[in-house]
Structure formats: C-alpha cells, structure tokens
Design a protein around this ligand. Structure first.
Ligand SMILES: Cc1cc2nc3c(=O)[nH]c(=O)nc-3n(C[C@H](O)[C@H](O)[C@H](O)COP(=O)(O)OP(=O)(O)OC[C@H]3O[C@@H](n4cnc5c(N)ncnc54)[C@H](O)[C@@H]3O)c2cc1C
Length: 590
C-alpha cells in the first residue's frame, strides 16, 4: 500500500459528474481534439501512479535530510534527482502548457487534480516544478518571441526550471520598495544587481539550467510599484541556438533552515551584474509578474488541499484501528478491549470536518480551473470576460481559504492521532509543518483578504461578486435544488454584508482591513455551501448506483450545511462589530 493514495474516485466525480468537464472540452475548439473523458482518466491514473509510487516515498526522507548547501551549490535530498528525471520523462511539467512550445495543452481543470496529487504526495518535490509552470505562463504571456522560443521548450520539458525572484530582505509584501537594479547595456540586455531572499528553488541540482524571473528597477524608474520591471535572468547563459553557454553572474549565498518543506531549497540569490532580458514593457513588470503570481496563488492554495487530503487518509485509517474507551452508546466491538476511536462523536467531528473541507476545496479548485479554461479557450468574448472576472475574484479566496482550512484540517488529522500525531512516526506533524507555509508565501493570507475585499469586491462596487452570487442563486432557484433555503440565506448575508462594508469603507478607512480576513472566510464558506449542494444534487440522482460513495457524499453535504456553514453567523457578527476595538490600544500598550 502506498503512503498516499491519489483520491481518483472523487476527482472523477468532480470532473465528470459535477462539472461535466468532457462536455465543456468538446465545445472548446482548442481542446476538442486533444482531450476527452477517456484521455483525462488515463492521465489521472498515470498521475496517481507517479505521485503515489515515485514521489510520495521521498516525502519523509526528504524532510529528514532536507536540501543542503555547500560551497555555493544546493543539493536536493537522496532520490530527488532520479525521481525528477523520471517525472519529467512523463511531460508533467508542461501538462497544461502551450502546445506551440512543447506543452501538452491540457485543460487547467485536469491540471488542478494533478497538482493536488503532487502536493499531497510531497509538497517540497511539488514546488520544484510548480514554479516552472508559473514562470512559463508569464513568459508565454509577456516575453518576446525570441525569448519564448529560447526558453519555453526546455522549461516545459523540465530540463530547465523556473524561479520567482521578488522578495528582498526589506521588501516582502511591499514590492514597491525593492532595490535590485537593472542597467541597460549596449546590446539591448540589462545588467542586474541585487540580492533576493526566500527564493524557492533558486538553486538545485535537478535541472541543467534555472530561469529566474526577477523584479528590478531601471535607473530612471518612477518610485513605487509603477517603477518595477521584469527580467529573465538564467543561471547559465543561453546561446542563440538554445545551447548552454557560460555561467551567469548569479549565485546562491545560502539556504534557509525552516519549519517545514525542508526538502525545498529556499535560497538567498545574489545577482552581481548578471545578464538579464526585459520581459514585457519597462515599468510594467509587476503586472506581468502577476500572471505568474496568480497561477502560483491557485497552486499554493491547492497545496492546502493536497496536504489536508494526505492527513485525512492516514487519520481515517488510524481512527478505524486505534481502540480507546467504549462508544457512548455502548460497546461496538465487544470482542476487543475497547472500541475503535472512530465511534466517538468528537473524532467523527474532526474527520468529517476534514472530509467536508477537502472535498469542498477540490470542487472549488476545479471550478476555478474551469473558469481559467473558459477565459483561455472560449471562442465567445463575453464568456471569456465573465470567466476572467470570476478568476480574478476567486483566486485570493482559493489561495487563502484552501490554506487556512488546510492547516485546520491537518491539525485535526494530527489531533485524531492524539500523542502519536505529535511524534514523527506517523507523518502528521510533517504535514502540519509543511502546510503552514502556504498561508504565508505567494502573498500572506492577510494580503489575499485585502485583495478580495478591497480590490475585487468594493472597488468594482460588487459587480463581480453579484456575477458569482448570481450563479449560486440560479442553482438554488432550480426546483428541488438541495439546501436552497440555506443557500439563499447565505448568499443574502454575503451580499448584504458586502453592501454594508461598501458604505462603511466610504467613511472609515480602517474598516476594510479590519473586516477582510473574516470576510474572505465567510465568502469561502458560502462558496463551499453552493458546491456541496451541487455535489449533493448529483449524488441524490445516482445514489442507487453506489450507495457507499454517493451516500457518503450526501451525508457529508448534510454535515457541511448544518455544522460548518453556520460559522458564517459568527464571522458576520465579528465583521459588523467594526474596526474601533482594534484601535483601543496604543502601540506601547500591546
Ligand atoms: C519558505 C518560503 C518560500 C518563499 N518563496 C518565495 C519565492 O519563491 N519567491 C519570492 O519572491 N518570495 C518567496 N517567499 C517570500 C514570501 O512570499 C514572503 O515572505 C511573503 O510575501 C511575506 O513577505 P514578508 O515575509 O516580507 O512579510 P511582511 O511583508 O513584512 O509582512 C509581515 C506581516 O505584516 C502583514 N502586512 C504587511 N503589509 C500589510 C498591509 N499593507 N496590510 C495588512 N497587513 C500587512 C503581513 O500580512 C504579515 O502578516 C518565500 C517565503 C518563504 C518563507
């Protein structure tokens, strides 16, 4: 038995039965010839083998050994190099990449399932290629044809990796104050100088080259975020024919020692007059980088779901085996000294909370994937625009809600093990450590919440929000739609609260920041309620075919609606209490 089993049955349920993805693919010309239900299933099955049998077995040893740095070089833990070589043979890095440059051109809806498997199997390993996929997307969208032709094919192949170089010691959230400089050179390239910290995969021994996407400032750049440009800076310089030349003036100064994802190298990267090439327009680098950041935000959100799934699988197995005390209703296993802990209401609460949030998250990630596919592949401009609006609205929710609740799930999984969850043996403590970073990097969850409420909801006067809640209302209006009463109530609360915040924000400048995290959570719970109702609707129709699977779906939907959705009531109350109590103390009084 592998330590991690890709949740294939549930992924197929979401893709085929809830969203009918194959029907969507058939009507999108760019996908119609390349993917159908059978292809998608074959890809998922192969992905399950690769993640369960090749990558998951390196999770524990990778954590124990960690990435190492010596004499300016990073080495990944034993087994990573061989596994990575096998992994890229399957073309996984370019799964949803542009087919014109060697990508497989598969839909994002499918790719999100694969990403979840990767993170569930081994978060550190997953990160080495997650950054490459995002870097490819940014290059594809913004780089010149020359750069695309040179860099994209080996990156999609996985022979070269990508990195994202934003953060500096004094500049994390506030990228407007970065100090890395780019000096124009006579040949049209730029000389890049500065130091970046916390760069995931900034150096490693898996690939022939590393393509750093670096934010830097030109000499005449305006101050702040409007003066940032994006450059491609390879570790090894690339000749015009695509072959590798001399080493560039890029070095890894050290790696961080950290709480989790220990096998992922988090690097200090020094650029000492390194050769770089401008990507997109001068001073518009932050917008170009957002192509990569938005991709990575969804991906990092999915890290939360993957870790939660892994935690759930071992917690359920343990709860069935571990015997302690008798069930409150009388002995369930009288032949044993005690009953399995899965009989206890509190253990069931933990397991069901994990199941409900993980499967709800999987459906939400698939929905965002569907919108990304429509935004990219639809031949109807209005449909593309609508989908793009939803992607922009939902990306911060996906990143922050998946990871906040992902940590909650992993902690629940650890708790199911009691003291055995705190020691190394069972892997639960590693999952808690590994998932924790996902709330912090790619923009902290606090910043995601500000983005959602400030930019995506209030700045456009709730138009995007209404587009989303309109979908929920349309579902709930269907005759016989499950949980329609709860859905109407939840959506009304979300809309009323958003209107109230719009009014508050006009006169109280701290109101948005005071409300944003709770608002994002409330939004997430409402979105999951809709997805659980959709899943319950399908399960009700098919229950006779497989009581085990569909019956569990219906029961979990019930649990979600009655036990988890009511969290929105307390979130709403906190938000409506306003910001004043946050400012009752002076900085000295803390
Ligand atoms: C393991 C790891 C891997 C990473 N990988 C990468 C990578 O590959 N590339 C890269 O460029 N970076 C990477 N990072 C950096 C990461 O993205 C940043 O740490 C993160 O964005 C936060 O920046 P900061 O640490 O400087 O915190 P700060 O920006 O100093 O924030 C500190 C706290 O203040 C809050 N805060 C800041 N500003 C505001 C505001 N305006 N309103 C409300 N709250 C605010 C934050 O939410 C946070 O809670 C990585 C970090 C780690 C630890």
């Amino acid at each position: 038995m592998p330590e991690f089993n890709a949740p294939l049955r549930d992924m197929r349920f979401v893709l085929h039965e809830v969203f009918d993805a194959p029907a969507l693919w058939a009507r999108l010309p760019a996908l119609a010839d390349s993917v159908d239900a059978a292809t998608a299933d074959a890809i998922l099955e192969e992905a399950a083998k690769v993640t369960s049998y090749l990558i998951a077995p390196l999770n524990r040893s990778g954590d124990e050994e960690g990435a190492q740095w010596a004499d300016g070089q990073v080495s990944t833990p034993i087994g990573f190099k061989q596994a990575y070589a096998t992994y890229i043979e399957g073309g996984w890095v370019g799964l949803s990449g542009n087919a014109d440059f060697g990508g497989m051109g598969m839909p994002k809806m499918l790719a999100v399932q694969f990403e979840e498997m990767l993170y569930g199997a081994n978060s550190s390993f997953a990160l080495y290629s997650a950054l490459s996929s995002g870097a490819c997307l940014a290059l594809d969208a913004h780089a010149s044809d020359t750069l695309k032709n040179l860099y994209l094919p080996p990156m999609y192949e996985g022979r070269w990796a990508g990195s994202m170089c934003l953060t500096e010691a004094h500049a994390g959230t506030d990228l407007g104050i970065i100090r890395t400089r780019a000096e124009p050179q006579a040949d049209g390239s730029f000389s890049i100088s500065g130091s970046k910290i916390f760069i995931t995969g900034g150096d490693q021994d898996l690939t022939e080259n590393i393509v750093h996407l670096v934010l830097a400032k030109l000499p005449d750049a305006p101050a702040g975020p409007k003066g940032i440009s994006l450059f491609v800076v390879p570790k090894v310089l690339v000749n015009v024919d695509g072959s590798l030349g001399q080493a560039n003036a890029v070095s890894c100064g050290s790696i961080e020692h950290k709480m989790g994802i220990k096998a992922s190298a988090t690097c200090v990267m020094n650029f000492d007059g390194a050769n770089g090439w401008l990507v997109g327009e001068a001073n518009k680098g932050l917008a170009a980088m957002f192509t990569m950041m938005n991709y990575e935000r969804l991906s990092i959100g999915i890290q939360g779901i993957g870790c939660a799934e892994a935690s759930y699988q071992s917690a359920v197995a343990y709860a069935r085996e571990r015997v302690q005390s008798r069930a409150p209703t009388g002995a369930i296993a009288p032949d044993k000294v005690a009953d399995p802990i899965i009989v206890h209401p509190d253990v069931r609460r933990m397991l069901l909370s994990m199941k409900a949030m993980t499967e709800g998250g999987r459906a939400f990630a698939s929905y965002v994937g569907q919108q990304l596919d429509l935004a990219k592949f639809s031949d109807d401009a209005k449909e593309r625009d609508n989908a793009q609006t939803l992607v922009a609205l939902l990306t911060p929710v996906a990143k922050a809600f998946f990871t906040d609740t992902g940590l909650e799930s992993c902690i629940n999984g650890q708790q199911v093990f009691g003291g055995h969850g705190y020691i190394r043996e069972w892997g639960q403590e590693q999952l808690v450590r590994d998932v924790r970073i996902a709330q912090i990097y790619e923009g902290t969850n606090g910043i995601q919440a500000l983005d959602l409420l400030g930019r995506k909801v209030l700045a456009d006067k709730g138009i995007a929000l209404r587009q989303f809640t309109g979908e929920i209302r349309r579902f709930a209006h269907q005759p016989g739609a499950p949980y329609s009463t709860q859905l109407f109530d939840a959506v009304q609360r979300l809309e009323d609260l958003s209107d109230w915040l719009q009014d508050q924000a006009a006169t109280h400048r701290n109101e948005v920041g005071a409300a944003s995290v709770e608002y994002l959570h409330l939004f997430g719970y409402v979105a999951y309620a809709w997805l659980w109702a959709r899943m319950a609707q399908v399960a009700q129709q098919k229950r006779g075919e497989d009581e085990g699977f569909y019956g569990a779906k219906i029961a979990t939907a019930d649990f979600y609606i009655h036990r988890l959705l009511p969290r929105i009531l307390s979130l709403e109350q906190s938000i409506r209490a306003g910001s004043a109590s946050l400012f009752g103390l002076s900085a000295e009084q803390f």
